[in-house]
Ligand binder design. Structure first.
Ligand code: ADP
Length: 425
């Protein structure tokens, strides 16, 4: 038969075991929650709630080290006024938290007010009397970053076991706080980049708008003068006209890029044979290729291959590709544009035997403003928008575009693929 004392002992052990199980399950919970919470405020609150619950105490706080000030700062706290606490920096010398931080070891103190290291100012400012305390360092990769404190145990004194439990919480918390900080920094950088991108788009919109009116005037007068004037004056007018036309292309590029970026490009779709924009782009490039003594050839099937497209926009795509080939191929070089019928698709290949492109740059050249040549040494002009515009327009037509090259000096090949209209395949 069981004696009364055995029964009492068993009940006590059972109660203790229950408590340990509760604490362990909270610790398990904390690792799951900490790994899935990225909102810093909720994260800190959860750490503190778990600490007060597991250690059965009335308050808890997290102090993080501020490297600039060389002091600890209350980053979160329960049971008191967290805003007021945040305003009181805690020195590394002359405070219990500071001692834990400096010596990098836990402290259990059950008579806080008579401890010489106690930093009384905090209690006075927020009218909170700390009786007992356990504090542990928070560490990330060998570096102490702060201190986690639990205060005023509800029943009895804090023990070393409490310090062990708090240490487990602090270790997990430190990693989560670090992750959350990294994420915040990443978010800030992302926001800044977005802001810069917006400013760039605004600048492009304003610049292209402001340039258009004076450019129209220059073009008008220059062509008038070129027609009416004679001799040297007419030659000068031609020079002005050509420069103004180049400027106009740049302004148009900026406008087109901006419209694509803000998703405002409007396509005037119609059922057209792909041969039409390809031929116009070829014809538009012919004179510049001739001026460099380059051989520009075109190969297309006789049968019209119908696509649903904006003819002007596609002409711009092929013009940009051909114009690049002319610019990036030396005199006497060869440039070819070829249309091929594939199942359900049409492939348009623009190929040259020019300067070629390093393999690791092939994907980058479709990014806006990207140029392989360094801006300081570049010889070929342009804004680095032609291919970005081409890609944007091709994708708006449900197609794809890519570049191939065997490297510098080996020529380049640009392939544009567009879906054929049903029935054309
Ligand atoms: P831009 O020609 O105005 O610089 P693009 O967007 O049309 O801008 O082209 C981006 C970059 O891709 C060019 O600066 C050039 O370095 C490279 N590139 C484009 N087409 C060719 C080509 N046919 N041969 C060699 N390099 C090319």
């Amino acid at each position: 038969m069981l004696k009364q004392t055995d029964l009492a002992q068993d009940t006590e052990t059972l109660a203790e075991l229950k408590q340990v199980v509760h604490k362990l399950s909270r610790l398990l919970e904390i690792s799951v929650t900490l790994n899935s919470t990225l909102d810093p405020e909720r994260l800190l609150q959860f750490i503190l709630d778990t600490a007060t619950d597991v250690l059965d105490c009335s308050a808890a706080s997290i102090l993080l080290y501020d490297e600039k000030q060389g002091k600890l700062h209350f980053t979160a706290a329960t049971g008191t006024d967290p805003k007021k606490l945040a305003e009181i920096p805690v020195p590394l010398d002359g405070s219990i938290a500071g001692t834990v931080f400096r010596e990098n070891r836990p402290l259990v103190i059950n008579d806080v007010e008579s401890d010489p290291r106690h930093f009384g100012l905090v209690g006075q400012q927020i009218q909170f009397r700390p009786r007992s305390l356990v504090a542990v360092p928070m560490r990330i990769r060998e570096k102490t970053t702060g201190v986690l404190e639990a205060l005023n145990k509800r029943s009895g004194p804090f023990t070393q076991k409490d310090a062990q439990f708090l240490y487990v919480i602090a270790s997990q918390a430190a990693v989560s706080i670090n992750n959350s900080r990294l994420l915040q920094a990443l978010q800030r950088t992302y926001d800044e980049l977005n802001q810069l991108d917006k400013m760039k788009s605004n600048f492009m919109a304003i610049a292209s708008h402001e340039l258009r009116t004076p450019l129209g005037l220059i073009l008008g007068y220059a062509s008038f003068l070129q027609e009416k004037a004679h001799g040297e004056l007419s030659e000068h007018a031609s020079m002005v006209l050509n420069s103004a036309l180049r400027l106009q292309t740049l302004v148009e590029d900026m406008t087109n890029m901006n419209l694509l970026k803000i998703g405002s490009t409007e396509l005037m779709l119609a059922e057209i044979p792909i041969q039409i924009p390809v031929q116009s782009a070829h014809d538009r490039t012919k004179s510049t290729a001739d001026a460099k003594n380059q051989r520009l050839t075109i190969q297309m099937p006789q049968t019209p291959l119908y696509i649903n497209a904006d003819v002007e926009k596609l002409e711009l795509v092929f013009f940009n590709l051909l114009n690049n080939s002319v610019r990036y191929t030396p005199a006497q070089g060869e440039i070819r544009i070829q249309v091929d019928h594939k199942p359900g698709e049409v492939w348009v290949v623009v190929e040259d035997n020019g300067f070629g492109i390093p393999k690791d740059e092939l994907a980058n050249i479709f990014n806006e403003f990207y140029q392989v040549e360094d801006h300081m040494t570049r010889r070929y002009g342009g804004l680095g928008l032609g291919l970005a515009i081409a890609r944007g327009l091709v994708e708006l037509h449900g197609g794809r575009i890519w570049a191939e090259s065997d490297g510098p000096g080996q020529g380049s090949r640009f392939t544009t693929v567009l879906p054929l209209l049903d029935g054309s395949s």
